[in-house]
Design a protein around this ligand. Structure first.
Ligand code: FA5
Length: 357
């Protein structure tokens, strides 16, 4: 008498069900699945052995085997669902955000109060330095007509110098072209126009404010940044006055250890013009990524007011002369507080911000 190949099917099925129950993770289940119901499983081996049976026996054995397979498959699916549920619960527990914890733990209670950002406080410090030197503080609009941002500053349409400032345009053409100011120099024009209108020359003023350029942010540039413009219009003003103001400013703001230099430059609204640079405070002049390995950082431009500008605003150049400068406030903050990458100023990382509270 031959034994049926399925003689131990009940025991074998029970063993498979035990094995399924013992699976402790989704990964273990994925690994064990081919051995439990795949081609290499005992169920598939038994299936192959049915070939030698009589047709009736084979049909009956086939049905039994099918039933066993369905039972094991159902157990496997159930185990898969249980394990997936467990894994999800674990994930949720580890991601859990307890607002109570945040108040008591991370923020500290009582919560610390806010404080002005580094650029805002630098602007105030710069204003204080210039006020102590006898300047008043004025401001002007951030949205300017083409006339104020360019033309009155001796930069007519299509002048190649427009390329110096990559501009955000608000309106193009008729009735007039309107831009986000690319520098604070248009405020000079407003100030001189109103001084002429009110017959209140001379002017000794600084004008801080936000500027916009289509510049790609990097270690020394942002698309939205700040400048402080300086304007002096008086009788008998010379380049020596300008150099003296810059030297005094550097000593007062950066201290005696920092060297400054003026290098010849070109701006359409000043003649002669210069660039104002200081020793890079990140590397102390050794050369680093922030200063492009030159050891120097440009803080701004300056120069004697060009006669064309006086003409545009109606100042009598025979009686008056003057100078102007425009320094980057973010650059000043960067150099004073040794911020290697200017982008840190706008990232709002509280670990950075807290250092300046
Ligand atoms: C000007 O904007 C001139 N208006 C300065 C000036 C005023 C010259 C008066 C003569 C008389 P410049 O494009 O070089 O010049 O910018 C001056 C300073 O602004 C730079 O030295 C730098 O400190 C700062 N600056 C310019 N572009 C950016 C920027 N994208 N991000 C941060 N700071 C900037």
């Amino acid at each position: 008498m031959t034994t049926s190949p399925l003689a131990n099917l009940a025991i074998q099925t029970a063993e498979l069900l035990e094995a399924v129950k013992a699976l402790s993770s989704l990964e273990a289940l994925r690994e064990a699945e081919p051995l439990i119901i795949g081609k290499r499983s005992i169920l598939s081996t038994l299936q192959k052995s049915l070939g030698g049976l009589e047709p009736d026996d084979r049909r009956e054995a086939g049905a039994q085997l099918q039933q066993a397979r369905r039972t094991v498959e159902a157990a496997l699916e159930l185990r898969r669902d249980q394990l997936a549920l467990g894994a999800r619960a674990e994930r949720l527990a580890s991601d859990r955000l307890d607002l109570g914890d945040v108040v008591v733990g991370a923020i500290r209670w009582p919560a610390s109060s806010g404080h002005p950002g580094l650029v805002a406080s630098t602007q105030r410090e710069l204003e204080d330095v210039f006020v102590a030197m006898g300047f008043t503080v004025s401001d002007g609009p951030e949205v300017e007509s083409d006339w104020y941002n360019f033309e009155a500053l001796n930069i007519p349409p299509a002048h190649p110098a427009r390329g110096m400032w990559d501009t955000f345009y608000v309106e193009m053409g008729e009735p007039e072209t309107v831009v986000l100011r690319t520098h604070t120099s248009p405020t000079q024009i407003h100030l001189m126009e109103s001084a002429v209108a009110s017959n209140s020359l001379p002017i000794h003023s600084v004008m801080p404010g936000r500027c916009y350029r289509r510049d790609t942010p990097d270690a020394r540039h942002l698309a939205t940044f700040h400048q402080i413009e300086g304007l002096v219009v008086d009788r008998g003003i010379t380049f020596a006055d300008l150099a003296g103001v810059i030297e005094t400013f550097t000593r007062k703001y950066f201290g005696p250890d920092i060297s400054a230099r003026l290098r010849p430059a070109y701006f359409p609204f000043t003649e002669p013009s210069a660039e104002f640079e200081i020793t890079c405070t990140i590397c102390r002049g050794e050369g680093c990524r922030t200063c492009s390995h030159t050891g120097w950082i440009e803080l701004g431009g300056c120069g004697m007011l060009d006669p064309a500008v006086f003409e545009a605003v109606g100042v009598d150049g025979d009686e008056w002369s003057g100078f102007a400068f425009g320094f980057g406030i973010d650059r000043c903050a960067q150099m004073r507080y040794q911020v290697a990458d200017m982008r840190a100023l706008i990232e709002n990382d509280v670990r950075f911000l807290r250092q300046f509270s």
